[in-house]
Design a protein around this ligand. Structure first.
Ligand SMILES: Nc1ncnc2c1ncn2[C@@H]1O[C@H](COP(=O)(O)OP(=O)(O)OP(=O)(O)O)[C@@H](O)[C@H]1O
Ligand SMILES: [Mg+2]
Length: 253
């Protein structure tokens, strides 16, 4: 059975893309069949798995706006078992172009339907906003992973995200669940990180993953080489923690 998971938080730079790419690659590495869907016009997940945006002819825009055949939009990657639906800057127009269209929030869900059973996991890397692109992702998903950066104001804006999730549950996708909350970019040298962990655990309780992602330079270098961390440096701390996270995600069913 395929599980579709959005990686979402409207706050920018909290580790959504790093998590989508590396969780996706680690799940694939452990033998799961994974499709990574980039639904952010920045296209960072696309380049993060080594796809040159200039070489992309059909992207998620064509899927959402032009009703393109999903099989023609999917690209294989350098990692076995990991495919990607790429995004380019063309997607920036979709948010506005979709507004007057019928069933504008269910387009991604419908587009993924024909290929769903070919994958164990479909991970959707969301943009830092709660607009139509994120709504499409949440409507298509079984669950959401919320990355939270171990920083001041970590919980700020989360009530807005939770509210959006509730609205989607009420009107578009009653089955949507919170898969887990992932603490990211922990700087173990400061007390602040520990405080944030306590605060987030108090709020989300057992929804918080045991795995906490530390700040790791190798994780921040890997995207410029177009490689997930397990290819770029399989012995790094970054690779170790994302493999742990993949195990946790699988164990949670
Ligand atoms: N654990 C980490 N250690 C070090 N650097 C990290 C880590 N996680 C993410 N980064 C870096 O922090 C920056 C933001 O991360 P990322 O792009 O994953 O966030 P995002 O939530 O997808 O951002 P956006 O909201 O713009 O889409 C990137 O430069 C990334 O390489
Ligand atoms: Mg991103």
């Amino acid at each position: 059975m395929c599980k579709i998971i959005s990686i979402a938080n409207q706050k920018g730079g909290v580790g959504k893309t790093t998590t989508s790419v590396n969780l996706g690659a680690c799940l694939a590495y452990t033998g799961k069949r994974v499709l990574l869907v980039d639904i952010d016009p920045q296209g960072n997940a696309t380049s993060g798995v080594g796809i040159e945006k200039a070489d992309v002819d059909l992207c998620v825009y064509d899927l959402l706006v032009e009703d393109a055949d999903v099989k023609k939009v999917i690209k294989t990657t350098q990692i076995e078992n990991l495919d990607v639906i790429p995004a380019t800057i063309q997607l920036a127009g979709a948010e506005i172009e979709l507004v007057p269209t019928i069933s504008r929030e269910v387009r991604l869900k419908r587009a993924l339907e024909p290929v769903k059973q070919q994958y164990d996991y479909i991970l959707i890397d969301c943009p830092p906003s709660l607009g139509l692109l994120t709504l499409n992702a949440l409507t298509a998903s079984d669950s959401v992973i919320i990355p939270v950066q171990c920083e001041y104001y970590a919980l700020e804006g989360l009530s807005q995200l939770l509210n959006t999730i509730r609205l989607v549950q009420k009107h578009l996708n009653s089955d949507l669940m919170i898969e887990g909350v992932l603490l990211t970019m922990l700087d173990a040298r400061t007390n602040l990180g520990i405080q944030v962990i306590d605060e987030v655990k108090k709020y989300f309780q057992d929804k918080v993953y045991q795995t906490i992602i530390p700040r790791n330079v190798r994780l921040s270098e890997a995207p410029s080489h177009g490689q997930p961390i397990i290819l770029y440096d399989s012995r790094s701390k970054g690779a170790e923690v994302y493999l742990e996270l993949a195990k946790e995600v699988v164990a949670n069913g």
